[in-house]
Each structure stands twice: as structure tokens, then as C-alpha cells.
Design a protein around this ligand. Structure first.
Ligand code: NAD
Length: 247
């Protein structure tokens, strides 16, 4: 018997052209799912999709609700169903003192990390409710629970993702839809290129396991939450932080 089996299911993974999203897409495909590699960078999404079984690329800008609605309609036209949505697209924003934060950088972080999750969840909600089945996994961050100095916008938006997850998890609780968040600590991906080395060291030093996590380690947690086996778990935040989280 295969556990966490996703045969015949369709998953959308945002920001899946690279990094954590790519690993999640690979893992869900490995469990049998057809996977929409939904990313701002279509060429990168297409290149990644070409290396994953049953995957196809979709261009989406999660900051634009019309773009999100179009992407969801495109996936539905192609596969007829959406069983899983993984809201993974995110940016680190500009690291630095609060007084140096510009309105534009602050707003951009909110647009991608917070509005993007809202737009994507709203876009699949009616479909999932209609089928009385859905699994939504929102990628938050340990920064949203503990706060990382010099990353105020990022920490605030990731805390918002956790609060939002708890709220819609409860709202959809009798609709067959489970909604959970995952909070990784530092994972070696391109997102770290947006941060100074001292910031990365600060975050890694706080991890009791004394190492960064891997994208596959996050994908493993997401896999359970995206599967039918996750049936009595909703509105929760799962930490994948090498022991950093204390609550
Ligand atoms: N890497 C870490 O240390 C870490 C830790 C905690 C949480 N996270 C979270 O995990 C998620 C993935 O991070 P990653 O490290 O793989 O990042 P990454 O930068 O490697 O990849 C992010 C992907 O999102 C896409 N993207 C960016 N803006 C988009 C938009 N507006 N619309 C659609 N796609 C967009 C990018 O094109 C890219 O493919 C993010 O939400 C991030 O905040 C990462």
C-alpha cells in the first residue's frame, strides 16, 4: 500500500521553477500527481517542468489577481480538477534597518508573500468547495513566528501567512479542505542571494542542528499535508527548522 498517494490528482505549486517549490513539485509528482509548475519566470518553469513527470509550466504573477485567476482557469481547462495548491512563491525583500526600508520594497514584499497567498487561495476555493476536497499548503517561515531583525517586512508577511492559514483552515473545516502552513528555517536556495552573508549566518546560528535544511526536507513535510492522509490536520503551522522553533 502506498502512503500519501496522489495518483490521479492535480497540484499547483507556485514559485516551482526553482528552490523549495521545485523540490515540492518533484516530490508530489513522485507520488503520482500531475503538477502545474506555476511561476513568474515562464522559461524557467518550462525548463523545470521538462524534467518532472506529468508536469507542465504555467505563467503566473501571484501579485496580480487577474493573472492568478487566468492560471487557475488554465490548469482547470487542462486537467479538470485541482486537488492541491501549494503557495510557495515568495521573496526575502530588502534586508536592512527599518529606517532604510522604502515604501516600494515594503509593499512589494506584501504583494508577493501575503497578497499572493490570498489571491491563489481565493481562486481555488469555489472549485475545492464544489468537490468537497482540497489540500492547501502555505509556505511561511520561522521568521513569521520569531521575527528576524533586519527582515521586518519578510517577518511580518510570513506571520500574516500563518494567521491567514489558521483562519481559512477553520473557515473551510467542514468543506473537506485542509489548510496548513510550513515554516522552514534557512534552506540553501537562490532566495539567499537576496540577503547579506551576515544575515544568513545570524539565521543559521540560531538552528540547534547547526546546519541549513534541504529543499527535499521541506518537500517531505509538504507531501503529507498535501495528501489525503492529512485528513484531521488543518489550520496548523508545521515547523521544519532543525529545532529552532520553540512553540
Ligand atoms: N530558502 C529559505 O531559507 C526559506 C526559509 C523559509 C521560508 N522560505 C520560503 O519558501 C518559499 C520558496 O523559497 P525559495 O528559497 O525556494 O525561493 P527562490 O527564490 O529560490 O524561488 C522562488 C520562486 O518564486 C518565484 N516567484 C517570485 N515572485 C513571484 C511572483 N510574483 N509570482 C510567481 N512566482 C514568483 C521565482 O521566480 C522563483 O522561481 C518562499 O515563500 C520563501 O519565503 C524560504
Amino acid at each position: 500500500m502506498a502512503y500519501f498517494d496522489l495518483t490521479g490528482q492535480t497540484a499547483i505549486v507556485t514559485g516551482a521553477a526553482t528552490g523549495i517549490g521545485e523540490a515540492i513539485a518533484r516530490r508530489l509528482s513522485g507520488a503520482g500527481a500531475t503538477v502545474a509548475i506555476a511561476d513568474l519566470n515562464f522559461d524557467a518553469a518550462a525548463a523545470t517542468a521538462a524534467t518532472i513527470e506529468r508536469a507542465f509550466p504555467v505563467q503566473v504573477d501571484v501579485t496580480d489577481s487577474a493573472s492568478v485567476d487566468r492560471a487557475v482557469a488554465m490548469v482547470l481547462a487542462k486537467t479538470g480538477q485541482i486537488d492541491v495548491l501549494v503557495n510557495n512563491a515568495g521573496i526575502a525583500g530588502t534586508a536592512g534597518p527599518l529606517t532604510d526600508q522604502t515604501n516600494e520594497a515594503w509593499q512589494k514584499t506584501i504583494d508577493v508573500n501575503m497578497n499572493g497567498v490570498f489571491f491563489c487561495c481565493r481562486a481555488v476555493a469555489a472549485h475545492m468547495k464544489g468537490r468537497q476536497y482540497g489540500r492547501i499548503v502555505n509556505i511561511a517561515s520561522i521568521a513569521g513566528k520569531e521575527g528576524n531583525p533586519m527582515m521586518t517586512g519578510y517577518s511580518a508577511t510570513k506571520a500574516a501567512v500563518i494567521g491567514f492559514t489558521k483562519a481559512i483552515g477553520k473557515e473551510f473545516a467542514t468543506d473537506g479542505i485542509c489548510v496548513n502552513a510550513v515554516s522552514p528555517a534557512v534552506i540553501r536556495t537562490k532566495i539567499l542571494d537576496q540577503l547579506p552573508e551576515a544575515q544568513i549566518k545570524y539565521m543559521t546560528d540560531k538552528i540547534p542542528m547547526r546546519r541549513t535544511g534541504t529543499t527535499e526536507e521541506i518537500a517531505a513535510v509538504v507531501h503529507f499535508l498535501a495528501s489525503p492522509d492529512c485528513s484531521f490536520v488543518t489550520a496548523q503551522c508545521y515547523d521544519a527548522s532543525g529545532g529552532r522553533a520553540t512553540y
